[in-house]
Design a protein around this ligand. Structure first.
Ligand code: ASP
Length: 313
């Protein structure tokens, strides 16, 4: 039986609303004061960038993308610059956007897109498809995606995490190096009540090249449905895929009549029962937002609602 996850509700029933996360999971190392301050500043900057779009009357998608851009540029998160590294020391990133009307775009195995979320958006807006694996440099150019060498994403901190992970493997101990922290996501509700969700990640430290987690899988790590909620997950991707986590939250609300909080809690318990952990942000088309994460895990998150700006890391 799973331990009760930590759950909280935020904001109000209606009106423009932005909720973000910067990853959740069990922390192997406590964050230093410096790292905490850096994370807090980046969460605030992301909230300001995203909320400005909503306040200006722009669609929820614009807020999601603007907030995620800020966090993809911040090396303290596991997305864009600062992405977790694969066993062979490269950044392989995944992203997804889903709108309440069902529009979806996603990409995995990205190695040169400075803002992986832009690739997800381009797939949604510029192709008849939903998910691309390793789009070529030519395709990315055609979609107007800014490209950088893979080294751009690789930070000393992530290199050190990978070395620690490998030492763990070599000594036969439990190989872990804060592998799950820092994936980012955003859910937004605009002036017209439309919702959108987005997630961007470097995956997990020491993952095998080619491994893909839940983040770019519509319905697993990311989902939105105008009849219920927008959802972005973070944590042990394999378990979130097995739980069909984000869609499960929607289904519990839309078909099962649960509140978003009950739905998110039940999903997180399911993840824990499978041996995983992580967190989720949920924003209903109408209703209060929910932030939840498993017992023993910690989560970076924030929300902007009216004059409220709340962050936690
Ligand atoms: N869920 C992500 C993945 O498995 C990792 C994370 O959220 O930190 O790729």
């Amino acid at each position: 039986m799973a331990n009760a996850p930590h759950m909280l509700e935020a904001g109000g029933e209606d009106g423009v609303f932005l909720v973000i996360h910067g990853g959740a999971g069990r922390r192997v190392h406590e964050m230093s004061e410096e790292r905490r301050a850096e994370t807090d500043a980046a969460l605030h900057a992301a909230l300001e960038a995203g909320y400005a779009k909503l306040a200006a009357g722009e669609p929820a998608l614009e807020a999601v993308v603007a907030a995620i851009h800020v966090m993809e540029d911040a090396p303290c998160f596991n997305a864009g610059r600062g992405a977790a590294l694969t066993l062979d020391g490269r950044a392989e990133m995944d992203s997804c956007v889903v709108l309440g009307d069902g529009s979806t775009g996603a990409a995995c195995g990205l190695t040169t897109a400075r803002h992986p979320i832009d690739v997800a958006r381009a797939v949604m807006e510029r192709t008849p498809h939903v998910l691309f694996a390793e789009p070529s440099a030519e395709q990315l150019d055609e979609w107007g995606i800014e490209q950088v060498p893979n080294d751009y994403f690789v930070t000393d901190a992530r290199r050190a995490s990978l070395e620690e992970f490998k030492r763990g493997l070599a000594t036969g101990g439990e190989a872990q190096a804060d592998p799950r922290h820092g994936t980012i996501g955003a859910v937004a509700r605009d002036r017209d009540g439309r919702v959108a969700a987005g997630t961007s990640t470097g995956g997990i430290t020491g993952q095998q090249p080619g491994r893909v987690g839940d983040s770019p899988i519509c319905g697993a790590g990311t989902y939105a449905n105008q009849s219920s909620v927008a959802v972005s997950c973070t944590g042990t991707g394999e378990k979130f895929i097995q739980e069909v986590a984000a869609y499960q939250v929607h289904a519990r609300v839309a078909l099962g009549g649960q509140t978003p909080l009950e739905a998110a809690r039940a999903m997180l318990e399911g993840v824990e029962d499978r041996g995983g952990d992580g967190g989720v942000i949920v924003l209903p088309a109408r209703g209060r937002a929910v932030v939840g994460f498993n017992d023993g895990a910690q989560m970076n998150y924030g929300w902007a609602y009216g004059s409220e700006r709340v962050t936690h890391e």
